[in-house]
Design a protein around this ligand. Structure first.
Ligand code: NDP
Ligand code: ZN
Length: 175
């Protein structure tokens, strides 16, 4: 059964991301991605509540006006430290942020690695279905290649998610 804290995180994230849409041609509500990431983790056998709550909140600091302090006040240090670990530094150039995701993947905690794996799996599932509006096929291909480099540095964390990711990479001959 979902806890009160989990439901509060879902409510908070749905509110904070309410004006945002994903990049797919249907402009899916942003919150669908957050629900997908938490579902992927649950299906992979993850019962750690801090991880599941942080999964719901994983983009709230990066993509909304929410601060990490606000997350800490509302959900505690355990959750906020996980959210911080999966949040890119937006003051850096996009290309530098992408490079750092590859480099930093290895040094994150196992619990943050779980969220990163689930996040990449959901993004790649979306990209496998459709190309985001305004993206060329080349950009989509490059995203798969970059995601593989990140995932390669997250390995040894969860066999179920890694197998699903490997199937997607194999489909595109990325081995
Ligand atoms: P973005 O970082 O702009 O978009 C990818 C991110 O968008 C995902 O990581 C995901 O992040 C989020 N997202 C939202 N909707 C979707 C969806 N439907 N499917 C998948 N992800 C979605 O794109 P890039 O990865 O291409 O990064 C930009 C980089 O690409 C820059 O370095 C830039 O210089 C370069 N670039 C390359 C071009 C090219 O043609 N190759 C053209 C323009 C830029 P989350 O889960 O966090 O929401
Ligand atoms: Zn995400």
């Amino acid at each position: 059964m979902a806890s009160v804290d989990f439901m509060k995180a879902l409510q908070f994230a749905a509110y904070k991301h309410s004006k945002q849409r994903r990049k797919d041609p249907d402009s899916t509500p942003y919150v669908n991605h957050l629900i997908n990431v938490a579902t992927i983790l649950a299906e992979a056998g993850i019962k750690d509540e801090g991880v599941l709550i942080a999964a719901i909140l994983h983009d709230v600091v990066e993509d909304t006006d929410t601060t990490i302090q606000e997350v800490e006040q509302l959900f505690g240090t355990d959750v906020s430290s996980l959210v911080l670990e999966v949040t890119d530094d937006k003051s850096l150039e996009k290309s530098e942020r992408k490079r750092l995701q590859i480099v930093n993947a290895r040094n994150t905690t196992k619990r943050a690695k779980l969220i990163k794996l689930a996040d990449k799996l959901d993004n790649l599932r979306d990209l496998r279905k459709t190309t985001p509006c305004g993206w060329t096929e080349e950009r989509r291909d490059q995203y798969f290649e970059w995601a593989k480099l990140v995932v390669d540095n997250l390995r040894g964390t969860n066999a179920i998610m890694e197998e699903k990711l490997d199937q997607i990479f194999a489909e595109r001959s990325l081995v």
